[in-house]
Design a protein around this ligand. Structure first.
Ligand code: TNX
Length: 533
């Protein structure tokens, strides 16, 4: 055959496979991530047009989600997409409804699509929100653009039923090494929620900076918040700003877990208040990237007054159940000081009505020790004391096993798989590689239930992908390290383990390239993925 004909044939095939099938008629062929529990197809097409309205049945609880969906669709479709309360199922359009369906749980959803109606149902608004994230992925990638695009806006008919494997699907943003503005954190939240993640752990204090206003100890931010790695201006959140972030997250069904790391990783506090040091002298502010050199003075009473004040103010800012006390890499704290210190901080957190999360090192202390009734004050404190503590596994299996034997649950953050600050390969400019180089396939190819010998599914509360920011200075750099790895990690946290495989996943991920591009995400174009654009 004439080589030019062959070439143009190849070009046509490539072009056709690069585009979404038009019109889409097989719902089972959609590239949904995380992969849903079940999808069935009925081979017809539903279309969003200029006459489509979003009908909601379930009262004001659903108003935010209805408006959120309209807010996603309006800029690119250019349609009005009126959001209306409806008591009845509409004859056509989008219908969002709260129902009762035990199997779906608190976060699951169902989507039923025929030629006239696209219906999203769930027990709770959170489920509807995740259904909406799926609907976004059923539309062409250009739906994510913020200017009017050509239609048609078609979706294949059929049904989806879906619910998460784990209730805790988190990422962590270290806003201490480099400060991230409120708008940057909001963007990070928006991006996590695309893949149905529901917890943002904020690392709010470290050697290089203290990032949250504490009214009873104002110098923490005045002095401790005034710089960052590399000596930049740093910054901090006022309590008002922080409340705004908590609300922004909660509207999107994300719970913020604040971390105040101690007794190590505390130079910013030690530089702000001389009395927290054993020698009574303030340290100098620190803008380097070493770890393990600082410690609160664990033998002084003032230290516990300080912690009680900080924990009380943080607990008041935190509607969620958890407060993270760090406890990692306390190399400058003697073991005989570390153990009673963590035990005392554990009780302070519980007395303030919060469940304790600590990095795996805190498992050296029994975080679930039963306390005499009379030492437990309020009802909230009693509830927090009764609930199991959580240990965050990152590297040492012995700590994970110890935590479980003490009755703690685990959040899995294995550094070799989930640390988003690890470089992709030796050519990556940002990031570190002390744990591993983590290519996109490696981040996907592991299972939480078999990663640590002796740790079973019932011991695991969920997964968290931490982004440490020693080398990451702004949200664009954060996106580059986070995407696309976080997409696969979100799938591990949500989708049934037995349905997953890299060869199949990488094709779905490839199809998310145009979506990330339309969203303006600066992602790493891994050579392991057959990107389609
Ligand atoms: C270890 S893992 C740390 C952090 C660093 C990170 C860099 C853990 C609990 N602590 O302090 O930022 O490595 O990858």
């Amino acid at each position: 055959m004439n080589p030019r004909i062959v070439l143009s044939f190849v070009a046509v095939v490539l072009f056709a496979s690069a585009c979404k099938q038009h019109p889409p008629t097989d719902l089972t062929k959609e590239n949904i991530i995380p992969k849903p529990v079940s999808v069935t197809a009925t081979a017809k097409v539903f279309e969003i047009t200029e006459n489509t309205a979003i009908h909601i049945k379930g009262g004001t609880d659903l108003t935010f989600v209805g408006n959120y969906l309209a807010g996603v669709l309006r800029p690119s479709t250019g349609y009005k997409l009126e959001v209306k309360e409806s008591q009845e199922a509409p004859r056509s359009g989008v219908f969002i409804e709260l129902i009762q369906d035990e199997e779906l749980g608190d976060e699951g959803y169902a989507i039923d699509i025929d030629e006239d109606v696209l219906r999203v149902t769930a027990n709770k608004p959170a489920g509807i929100f995740y259904g909406v994230q799926t609907v976004r992925q059923l539309l062409p990638a250009r739906v994510e653009k913020d200017s009017v695009q050509a239609g048609p806006w078609e979706i294949a008919t059929g049904s989806i039923r879906d619910y998460p494997a784990y209730p805790f699907r988190a990422s962590m943003l270290d806003v201490a090494r480099h400060f991230f503005s409120v708008e940057e954190v909001e963007r990070y939240i928006d991006l996590m929620t695309l893949y149905k993640m529901n917890v943002l752990h904020l690392s709010l204090s470290n050697d290089q900076g203290w990032r949250i206003e504490i009214k009873s100890w104002p110098k923490l931010t005045e002095i401790g918040g005034s710089t960052e790695v590399g000596g930049g201006p740093g910054g901090f959140y006022t309590q008002e700003q922080y409340k705004g972030l908590v609300k922004y997250a909660a509207d999107r069904f994300v719970s913020i877990v604040p971390e105040i790391d101690m007794p190590g990783h505390t130079n910013a506090a030690l530089a702000s208040y001389p009395e927290l040091n054993c020698d009574g002298k303030a340290t100098k502010l620190y803008t380097g990237t070493e770890v393990g050199f600082s410690t609160l003075c664990t033998t002084k009473e003032i230290t516990y007054k300080f912690i009680d004040d900080v924990v009380r103010e943080m607990a008041a800012l935190t509607p969620g159940p958890y407060l993270h006390i760090g406890g990692d890499e306390s190399h400058a704290t003697k073991r005989e000081h570390y153990i009673p210190f963590v035990a005392r901080v554990r009780d302070i957190v519980k007395n303030n009505g919060k469940q304790v999360i600590g990095w795996e090192e805190t498992a050296q202390i029994n975080m679930n020790e039963k306390r005499p009734e009379q030492t437990i004050g309020t009802d909230a404190a009693a509830r927090a004391s009764a609930a199991s503590a959580i240990a965050q596994y990152w590297s040492n299996p012995a700590h994970a096993l110890e935590a479980v034997s003490n009755g703690s649950k685990l959040v899995m953050s294995p550094a070799k798989k989930m640390y988003l600050d690890m470089q992709y390969d030796s050519t990556t400019k940002l990031g570190l590689h002390w744990a591993a180089y983590i290519e996109v396939d490696s981040a996907y190819m592991w299972n939480p239930t078999s990663y640590v010998k002796g740790i079973k599914r019932e011991n695991i509360l969920g997964l968290e992908a931490p982004l440490w920011t020693e080398t990451i200075t702004n949200i664009k750099e954060a996106e580059y390290m986070t995407f696309p790895r976080i997409i696969g990690l979100a799938e591990i946290a949500w989708s049934p383990e037995e349905n997953r495989g890299w060869d199949e996943y990488k094709i779905r991920l490839a199809n998310h390239g145009p979506r990330m591009k339309a969203l303006g995400i600066d992602y790493y174009r891994s050579p392991k993925v057959p990107w389609i654009d």
